[in-house]
Design a protein around this ligand. Structure first.
Ligand SMILES: NC(=O)c1ccc[n+]([C@@H]2O[C@H](COP(=O)([O-])OP(=O)(O)OC[C@H]3O[C@@H](n4cnc5c(N)ncnc54)[C@H](OP(=O)(O)O)[C@@H]3O)[C@@H](O)[C@H]2O)c1
Length: 308
């Protein structure tokens, strides 16, 4: 099969579209004929070697984790899916490839109404936003939530989930993206290029931190009300500083879950949530798409359609 892989850590120059063996499913796994491969910042962070301490690489590494596609083989003991099912989810061994392997516990049927390639825009960013807001922060109707990098993959899901829950939503994004985010229901938007959010926001119940940096953590804590929670999805959370201020801080590393994927598929199907897709590119443009993601200004998600 064709796969986008790297054999050593480095910049985009280490990426190669090359032939690779078709992976076989083990117990509790399915083989998927991939259609869409969603791109996320974790792809370039791993390729650059920044994640070696958390996920030591076995080279060659196949790029990306999100997939949509058609079940092509069942591993031993799999009863949850049938061959031909259109599914989406997270696959740890790479999805910018013609086939991938996924655990059934990290897979669900894709939203029925969605194009198969487009569905790959959902799993990683969607579940991260869902788990940060609901599993960690326990966001309630009427609460105030501040979403950083609101125009990005996680942010565009987080805004819509928070509005669906009945929260007041503020976010940071470049001015050019404000119209889109207002359409999604954002109540207050701050252009981080011109305005320091910590000078205009206060008394928030929840901050979804998505930009990183010590100063950003400190400012995030400063806009929380007593008892409020900072959920960081980038670096380590400032636990002691939060406690000293009577606030809370937590870190989330998204855990794939069929239950969450199914819930999100239902919300998409019911038109409560609309995945925002910057572009769907053919396999031949997968390396350029990785470079664009690394530049940090994707609106919503980038997807590689590996069938094109
Ligand atoms: N812990 C986890 O499980 C987990 C899961 C997913 C993601 N993450 C991490 O969370 C972060 C966000 O992920 P993502 O997928 O949403 O990223 P992304 O889609 O690449 O984010 C792109 C967006 O970031 C915005 N942006 C860039 N610099 C900004 C700044 N200083 N302030 C506010 N917005 C800024 C850009 O907005 P403009 O174009 O408007 O400037 C752009 O729309 C990444 O660091 C990623 O690695 C962690």
């Amino acid at each position: 099969m064709k796969a986008l892989r790297f054999h050593e850590y480095g910049g985009p120059e280490v990426l190669k579209i090359e032939d690779a063996p078709i992976p076989e499913p083990g117990e509790g796994q399915i083989q998927v004929k991939v259609c869409g491969s969603g791109i996320n910042p974790i792809d370039w962070k791993q390729r650059e070697g920044y994640l070696e301490a958390y996920f030591p690489a076995t080279f060659p590494v196949t790029v990306a984790r999100e997939f949509s596609g058609t079940v092509s083989k069942l591993g031993n003991g799999v009863t949850e899916f049938s061959i031909g099912d259109q599914v989406y989810g997270i696959a740890p061994f790479g999805t910018t490839a013609e086939f991938t392997i996924a655990d059934v516990s990290a897979t669900a049927l894709k939203p029925v109404s969605m194009d198969l390639a487009d569905a790959a825009s959902i799993p990683l960013a969607g579940m991260t936003a869902w788990q940060a807001l609901f599993d960690v922060a326990n966001l309630q109707p009427g609460q105030k939530v501040f979403i950083q990098a609101a125009a990005g993959g996680v942010g565009t899901f987080a805004i819509q989930f928070a509005k669906w829950q009945g929260a007041y939503v503020a976010g940071t994004a470049s001015k050019k993206n404000h119209h889109l985010l207002m359409e999604m229901g954002a109540d207050e938007l701050i252009d981080y290029n011109t305005t320091d959010y910590s000078t205009v926001l206060k008394d928030f119940d929840v901050v979804l931190e998505a930009v990183g940096g010590d100063e950003n953590m400190r400012k995030s804590l400063s806009i929380l009300k007593p008892g409020g929670i900072l959920v960081s999805i980038t670096s380590a959370e400032p636990t002691e500083e939060a406690e000293a201020q009577g606030k809370r801080a937590a870190h989330l590393f998204m855990q794939p879950s069929t239950k969450d994927l199914t819930k999100i598929a239902d919300l998409v199907q019911d038109l409560k949530v609309r995945p925002i897709i910057d572009a769907v590119v053919p396999f031949s443009r997968a390396i350029e798409a990785q470079k664009e993601s690394q530049a940090g200004h994707i609106v919503g998600k980038l997807v590689v359609d590996v069938t094109r």
